[in-house]
Design a protein around this ligand. Structure first.
Ligand code: MG
Length: 310
């Protein structure tokens, strides 16, 4: 299998932690429902490929995300090993289910904008934070680690550009609730590198270092790797990505354009940045998953490597 030429760039982090979101963010945005056994196999294969964190599912109400209605079954099927996989919990009810299963890592999902908070959660920004407060407090009291996602950090389809101060204000409030990590999402993929540099810098000026930030880029407008590079230069060391670009199928109406893990791994490898992922095993996993879904992967790297090997 071909690999990129390795030419390190001075000033970038030596090591990056990839936070794999394919089984949750990817599959929740795919129109097809995937059998629970296939999801469990997918998670196991991602772990075997060296991904240090694999978010497994979401305890959201099945009415909103029917693709993940089997969340509890999946976590039971994964057994003891499943306890270390983060799961999304939209509210206290979701947290209750995570606690019943003895899980150790949960994530909450908030909005940086008023309109998306209303549309996604049917709540104002303040009401959203009020809802998260007991969820995070109870999770922390039970010894769980909490990650906070913040969506619409670079633009919102209804409000347009989102002011940096607003993102920092909502983001720091989520951290202050007790989240250990804040994942800044470019939900509609409109961000460009200068905006990334400015946002990470603004968090730094507010006392939030890059050790508490993760970036969640979408490739909707082809900017995800350029934005990743800008974030690396700003010192960020945790990046969310979705194996095979799941959830970003260019042929599906629900496309959200998740950055493909393979595309990220290719660039990090070329930059000489340690990531711990076996690209060949990862590509094989995504090719297998694409077969399960019956359509090609939207990842440029998966397609290129599949072509070169055939
Ligand atoms: Mg996403």
């Amino acid at each position: 299998m071909s690999l990129p030429m390795v030419v390190p760039e001075p000033g970038l982090p030596e090591r990056v932690r990839i936070y794999e979101v394919g089984p949750r963010d990817g599959l929740q945005n795919e129109s097809q429902r995937v059998p629970t056994e296939v999801k469990a196999e997918f998670v196991r294969r991602l772990v075997a490929a060296g991904l240090p964190v694999v978010e497994a599912t979401s305890f959201v109400h099945p009415r909103w995300v029917p693709q993940l209605a089997d969340a509890a079954d999946l976590m039971t099927m994964l057994g003891d090993a499943g306890r270390d996989h983060p799961v999304l919990v939209p509210n206290e009810r979701g947290l209750d289910r995570a606690l019943e299963l003895g899980l150790r890592h949960v994530a909450i999902f908030g909005s940086a904008t008023e309109t998306f908070a209303q549309r996604n959660l049917n709540r104002s920004l303040d009401e959203q934070l009020a809802m998260f407060e007991p969820t995070v407090r109870r999770a922390r009291d039970a010894g769980l680690d909490v990650r906070a996602y913040l969506s619409m950090c670079f633009g919102d389809p209804w409000e347009g550009a989102v002011p940096v101060d607003q993102v920092v204000s909502v983001g720091t409030r989520l951290l202050d609730l007790g989240a250990s990590e804040l994942s800044l999402g470019d939900t509609i993929g409109v961000g460009t590198p200068g905006a990334v540099t400015a946002l990470v810098g603004a968090f730094g000026a507010y006392g939030v270092g890059t050790d508490r930030l993760a970036m969640h880029f979408h490739d909707t407008y082809g900017q995800a790797l350029a934005n990743t590079h800008a974030a690396l230069r700003a010192g960020v060391t945790t990046f969310d990505a979705s194996a095979g670009g799941l959830g970003g199928c260019p042929y599906a109406e629900s496309a959200t354009g998740n950055l493909a893990t393979e595309d990220l791994v290719w660039m990090l490898t070329g930059l000489g940045i340690d990531h711990g992922v076996d690209l060949e095993a990862l590509v094989a996993t995504s090719a297998w998953m694409a077969g399960q879904l019956g359509r090609p992967s939207p990842s440029a790297v998966v397609r290129a490597l599949a072509q070169s090997s055939s």
